[in-house]
Design a protein around this ligand. Structure first.
Ligand code: NAP
Length: 286
């Protein structure tokens, strides 16, 4: 039996815990596979992909900063990846590269697991509109979300997502705001059940809050895409909001990648344990 080769490519990539999570998944499923970190500098993605295609690697994940560039290098794109211009999962079928975006699926599963929330008919507020929020909002609109409020410092990025959704899923209402529009933000929050913190603020000590926590009503559930409890999560939990960090999203986007590659159900318990252990080790080393 040959060993199928998989990888995660990014720059930097040494911090990625996907190798631990996917290795656990392959082992639990009884599949012979390797999964390694491949460091690829910005600007060198095309050469790296030709190497992975020809070796051949059976598939790979893509992380910062290559998700948008990867969408331009695959041969086929699934619809959400095409609309969001972002690929985090590639499968190599006989040299033909198929690109997918599993971030939105991962977030949707994580919200369901943490808060019992379904996407269809739901009202969601996203704080941030970088690559991850773009992929997630476009996935949510395709999955039948009723309302999306997108709050971003750079308003034009939110408006661009609103235009894409308006064309593909016109039944989904999208409103765009900036974080300093406190009065409009308070009204929007009173109409949403879930807030997703999707900026990179909270990764580093001393980062400002992405939006004033006291604007968030206590009956709004808050998920932060960052993999640990951020000061923003702690602040909203302090006045009664249900909260969850980004581990569930990381788990479920990886589980979906595994299913795309193998056609098998992902062994979630094994993946979750491996992820928790790997992240605990990362926190100890910081
Ligand atoms: P990105 O494309 O770099 O976007 C960064 C976002 O943060 C943008 O909305 C940006 O606003 C905002 N931002 C950054 N600095 C800011 C500041 N000083 N003030 C206000 N807004 C600021 O990043 P991404 O790939 O979308 O990732 C966003 C976060 O999600 C990261 O923390 C990442 O680790 C996390 N993530 C988690 C998962 C998971 O599985 N849990 C998956 C993907 C990403 P502008 O547009 O105005 O610059």
């Amino acid at each position: 039996m040959t060993t199928a080769k998989y990888a995660v490519i990014g720059w930097p990539v040494q911090h990625s815990v996907s190798p631990e999570m996917q290795a656990a998944a392959f082992a639990a499923a009884g599949l012979r596979a390797s999964y390694e970190r491949v460091a690829v500098r910005p600007g060198q993605l095309a050469e790296a992909i030709e190497r992975l295609r020809s070796e051949p690697y059976a598939g790979w994940n893509v992380t910062v900063p290559h998700k948008a560039a990867m969408a331009k290098l695959v041969d086929r794109l699934d619809p959400v990846a095409e609309r969001s211009g972002s690929v985090n999962t590639v499968v190599n079928r006989d040299g033909v590269l198929h690109g997918f975006s599993t971030d939105g699926f991962g977030l949707a599963e994580a919200l369901h697991e943490a808060f019992g929330v379904s996407i269809a008919g739901g009202r969601f507020l996203f704080c941030g509109c970088g690559g991850a929020a773009r992929a997630a909002t476009i996935h949510f609109a395709a999955a039948g979300a009723a309302t999306l409020v997108i709050v971003n410092r750079t308003l034009e990025k939110a408006r661009d997502v609103a235009r894409v959704i308006g064309t593909a899923n016109p039944a989904c209402r999208v409103a765009c705001l900036q974080p300093d529009q406190a009065a409009d933000l308070a009204v929007a929050l009173s109409d949403c059940r879930v807030l997703i913190q999707a900026t990179s603020l909270g990764l580093h000590a001393g980062d400002p809050y992405p939006m004033p926590p006291n604007l968030v009503p206590s009956d709004v559930a808050v998920m932060d895409m960052i993999y640990r409890r951020t000061p923003f999560l702690a602040a909203v939990a302090g006045h009664g909001c249900k909260v969850a960090d980004g581990r569930g999203m990381l788990l479920h986007q990886g589980a979906r990648s595994f299913e795309i590659w193998t056609g098998q159900r992902a062994p979630l318990d094994a993946m979750r344990n491996a992820l928790d252990n790997a992240l605990a080790l990362c926190l100890k080393q910081e």
